[in-house]
Write a protein of this length. Sequence first.
Length: 270
Amino acid sequence: MDNSAKDNKNVHVLAFCSELVIRGVFETVEVNFLMVGHTHEDVDALFSKVIAQTINKDVLTLLALMAEIWDSEMMHPVPLLLEEVAYYKSYVDNFLGPLVDHSQPLGFRFSIANNVSIYRCLFTVDGPWCPKEGHTLWKKEDGQFKFPMGEPKALKLPSIHPRLNEVSPFIDNLTSHLKGTFQDPTSVGFRRYNPIISYWKKVKKQLECIQPLQDENLRGGFWPRTNHGTRFTLAQQHQETSPDGSVDDIIVIDELQQELRAENNLMMQP
């Protein structure tokens, strides 16, 4: 991630990494920040592929753009429409202590030691994780560390209405431009662009009807399941007992099928 205290290198991002370990989603979590001069490498590489994919093409709808993004890489990136955001900051603020030793290091490792969630820092590429005893992000109350329970609430996103006047002119300009490319209803231009015009008119109408999300609960849940390690554990046991140290693909495939069958229960319940 970018080495930015405002967006990434802050107590809330690091607390999320710590909670992933506390909740048993992962045994350890490592997060690294880019050195100065090495920003946005992966992001820039992804968008350069998207640009190459869409060059000299008319990508006139959001669905068409999502399809082009999908086709831009062999390992298909999946574009999604963001409909809700968790208010994680308010969820953890009352449980966090001071963040120490975070300005200089570029690497952080979160783990459990002696039943305490700790993090260690990496100051150089080949250096040790330190301090050995680790730091903790969480406050103590009556001698015990306290953690937030349940799930974060949904962040109330601002309504689209205040900015609708900024979006509508662009939609009107596009539909007017497309209408000007044809005159004859039997022409190729009509058959090609009239569905696009109808699409954007529907989008504009839908924007006018959108209301702010009233429900404070996240519809999709927040915390992932914690049985992710089953497949790894079985494969590791098989590897230890196998004469050649290989992992039987059947074990992996069977466990993956179990994961897929349970996809309608993907989130932990509070």
